[in-house]
Design a protein around this ligand. Structure first.
Ligand SMILES: [Zn+2]
Length: 243
């Protein structure tokens, strides 16, 4: 399989990019990965790169995006940070990937059994990790389904799963809120953003269809979702303060 070129990248729409990733993950979970000559791909991509998607995922050693989406050299940008959190440098990397290098799709990828999410659920504080985990705390507060205070920790699998999904949703929203460049690109149909969850047990990636943002209209509905989220967060904080 050949590496992407400027022509193939230009022909890919955001929906097509999503299809490529879905197909790649299907190949991965069925152990049918494409036969690639990586040395040849290294040769083909030495003068430039035209990746069709950028994926923000966790550093977890079991979530390597090129592997779980069966992609080769030059196919996808991979941004990895514990808990797939957002900061200014991550935003800059996303803007580079889409605006400068032409990627068509942003995926925020959470995963099951995430150590960073568990750490945030347990309010762990340790060195520089404290600041990183604080970026996940809003998702912990936003989880209002688990009302028993004794169940709001990493030993409760359902609580951890809920927080992981909320963290992905918040990241999708944050990307739109924090980048005028990316917001404009979504509005003009040049790119789309979607959240997803990688199941470590099966290897399967489940895309969260209701997080898909590919137009001005969908940005607006995402904003109304965010207003609801902010309300939920405030009420969760009020409940936490009253306990
Ligand atoms: Zn993780």
């Amino acid at each position: 399989m050949k590496a992407h070129s400027i022509e193939t990248q230009a022909s890919i729409t955001p929906s097509k990019a999503l299809t490529f990733l879905k197909e790649g993950n299907l190949r991965f979970i069925n152990n049918l990965k494409v036969n690639r000559d990586l040395l040849q791909q290294a040769n083909e991509t030495r003068d430039g790169q035209w990746p069709f998607a950028v994926i923000l995922s966790c550093i977890d050693s079991r979530t390597s995006t090129e592997l779980i989406f069966d992609q080769g050299l030059g196919d996808i940008f991979s941004i990895r940070i514990a808990g797939n959190v957002i900061n200014t440098d991550i935003m800059g990397s996303l803007e580079f990937a889409c605006k400068v290098a032409g990627s068509k799709l942003i995926v925020v990828l959470g995963h099951t059994n995430c150590g960073a999410i568990k750490g945030a659920c347990d309010h762990v504080e340790m060195g520089n990790l404290t600041e990183l985990l604080s970026k996940i705390q809003p998702a912990v507060y936003q989880e209002t389904k688990t009302t028993d205070p004794n169940m709001r920790n990493s030993s409760n699998k359902k609580f951890v799963e809920n927080v992981t999904k909320l963290n992905v949703r918040r990241s999708v929203k944050t990307i739109l809120n924090r980048s005028y460049i990316l917001e404009q690109m979504v509005e003009s149909g040049d790119i789309a953003i979607i959240g997803a969850m990688h199941n470590l047990d099966s290897g399967m990636v489940e895309f969260m269809d209701d997080t898909w943002v590919s137009s001005k209209k969908e940005i607006e509905s995402n904003v109304s979702f965010s207003e609801n989220s902010e309300k939920a967060e405030k009420s969760a904080k009020a409940v936490a303060a009253s306990q």
